[in-house]
Structures are given as C-alpha cells and as structure tokens.
Design a protein around this ligand. Structure first.
Ligand code: 3HC
Length: 283
C-alpha cells in the first residue's frame, strides 16, 4: 500500500481548510491551494483560530500548535501540489470545475498518486474519467465542521481500485476519523438521508407552519439532534446545500427531492448562512 507523507488540499473554504487542519494535526505535510491568495489566507486564519482555541483550552501546547502550522503551506499555484502523494479536492460543487481540476491534477501529479474528491454527492466516476488515472480516484466525503465530525464516507467510482480504497481508509484512520464504505449513488448515503430532512424543514418554515426557532427547537428537543435543521443548513452553507439538493433532484428525477423555493431565494439574495453573516438566522 502506498505510504502517504504529503497531502495536497484544493480549496481553502470551510471544508478544505478543515481537511488541511486535520491532515496537518495528524503529522502530514500539507499544501493548501486555492485560486486567490485572499481565500488561502482566510483558510489559514481559520486554522490558526481553531489551534489557538485548543491552546487556550489546554488541549495542546503552543509549541504543538506552531508545529502544526509549520506543516502547512498555502499557495495559489497548482504546480505546488506536484510533490504531494495524496490530493483531496474540496472546491465548490460544480462538476465542470471539478473535472477541470482533476484533468490538471492528472497532468501535474506523479503516476500512482491518488486523487480524492470531497464532493457532497456528484458522480465520482464522472470526475475520475476526466483524470488520466480513474483507478486512483475516490470519493472522500468529510462532514462539517471537519475538525469535530468523526465520519468520512469513502465512495468507489466505477474504476476505483482496491489499493486506492485501502490507502484512503488508512488515511482516514490516521486522521482520527472513521470511514464508512458507500457505493456511488446521488448524494451517497448520509446526505441522501440528511438533505431531504433539511429541505423539509425549509418547507415547514416557508408554509408558515412554525417559526425557524421553533422548528429547530423541535428537532433538538424532540429528536435529540445536536443542532436544529435550519441552523445546520446555515452551518453547511445554503449555496452548497442548494447544489447538493439540485443534484439529488436532477439525478433521480423524483419530485419529492425538489429544492425548497425559500432556499433558492436566500441563495439568490446572497444569504448563504454563517459564512455570509446571514441565512435562516443573522450572525
Ligand atoms: N471548527 C472547529 N471546531 C469547532 C467548530 C469549527 N467550525 N465548531 C465547533 N467546534 C468545536 C468547538 O471547539 C467546541 O468545543 P469547545 O467548546 O470545547 O472548544 C465544540 O465543537 C462544540 O461547539 P459549540 O459549543 O460552539 O457548539 P455546539 O455544542 O452546538 O456544537 C457542533 C457545534 C459540533 C457543530 C454541533 O452543533 C453539531 O454536531 N452539529 C451537527 C453537525 C452536523 O450535522 N454536521 C454535518 C453537516 S452535513 C455535511 O457536512 C455534509 C455536506 O456534504 C453537506
């Protein structure tokens, strides 16, 4: 099995910066790449903030936090990933963008280097087909907030070989997380169940059945969810949620999965949840 030492992460947003943090905390050298230095800096800042909180809470020493930061390199250059032996893509949920990234990674990364996508539900087979190594491409789906959530879904595309699955599983374990193994299908397993529930909460709000606060309180106290569905939607990001909902609807053609119009309206208004300061709630 391949021994991973340096991990590349593409996309320094919520998910990418979380993945980069977890990889660096686990001892890997990490190259975090985004298209704009502003995004790279924002990602690195959020990692520093999380590490500082750990120091303040006595969960790690200042020296340990500094060592984690030293293992991280931010960049806008795709070529900087050429020395990595496992690359995880966490760009926005647009299939054409992901395909272009995997095409480029195929050209830049050494043969045998494995490429993973953190897509929330797009086809791994389709993404893999655009690279020059479909057998070495896998879905590696993390959950938000990445430093806290224990699960990673591993998704095999049509061509993914067993060595890639095994290497990804070992990597997940070394990150201190647990893997579940899922066949390719729109939204895989967890989002297939979770996203329609979040969408339904939006319909309940839109139809005036209950307030946002009461819907969330209802699911926290009545179903023991750690956070209500509307607050969780704000945490995930409403733009991401809309992409994901649209994928499920388009891929299945089943009207029960149609995205709630209220979600579309909020995204069109630029209210994307916590990251933009406003979604179902104001932050
Ligand atoms: N980064 C790092 N650590 C974080 C964090 C973040 N963004 N947000 C919270 N934490 C940590 C904090 O360190 C805190 O620990 P501390 O107080 O000891 O420092 C701990 O989590 C608890 O945080 P809070 O006290 O602020 O708040 P909560 O108790 O409400 O916990 C939560 C926050 C962990 C996010 C919790 O609400 C939760 O588990 N929510 C559900 C999350 C969930 O379902 N995620 C899946 C989303 S779906 C997805 O990602 C798939 C995608 O494809 C759409």
């Amino acid at each position: 099995m391949m021994k991973v030492q340096a991990v590349g992460v593409i996309g320094a947003g919520l998910m990418g910066s979380g993945i980069a943090q977890v990889a660096a905390e686990s001892g890997y050298k990490v190259v975090l790449r985004d298209i704009d230095l502003q995004y790279v800096d924002r990602g690195l800042k959020s990692i520093s903030k999380n590490l500082n909180r750990d120091v303040e809470k006595g969960r790690r020493t200042r020296e340990e936090a500094e060592a984690v930061l030293k293992r991280l390199t931010g960049t806008t250059e795709m070529e900087a990933l050429s020395g990595c032996d496992f690359v995880i893509e966490a760009a926005v949920e647009k299939i054409d963008l992901k395909k272009a990234i995997f095409r480029e990674l195929g050209a830049i990364c050494k043969p045998g280097v494995m490429l993973a996508s953190n897509t929330s539900g797009l086809s791994i087979t389709e993404i893999a087909a655009s690279s020059n190594r479909p057998a070495k491409v896998i879905g590696m789906h993390f959950f938000n907030p990445v430093p806290v959530m224990k699960l990673v879904e591993l998704i095999k595309g049509a061509e993914t070989d067993q060595e890639t699955v095994d290497t990804a599983a070992v990597l997940v374990e070394s990150f201190g997380k647990e893997a579940i193994f899922v066949q390719e299908a729109p939204l895989f397993a967890v989002n297939r169940i979770l996203v329609p529930m979040l969408n339904e909460a939006m319909f309940v709000l839109m139809e005036g059945i209950a307030s946002a606060e009461d819907i969330d309180k209802g699911m926290r106290l009545g179903a023991n969810h750690p956070i209500g569905p509307l607050a969780l939607s704000d945490l995930v990001g409403l733009d991401t949620l809309l992409f994901v909902s649209e994928t499920l609807y388009q891929e299945t053609g089943d009207s029960k999965y149609r995205p709630c119009p209220l979600l579309r309206k909020l995204v069109r208004a630029g209210h994307l949840g916590r990251k933009s300061g406003r979604g179902f709630y104001i932050y």
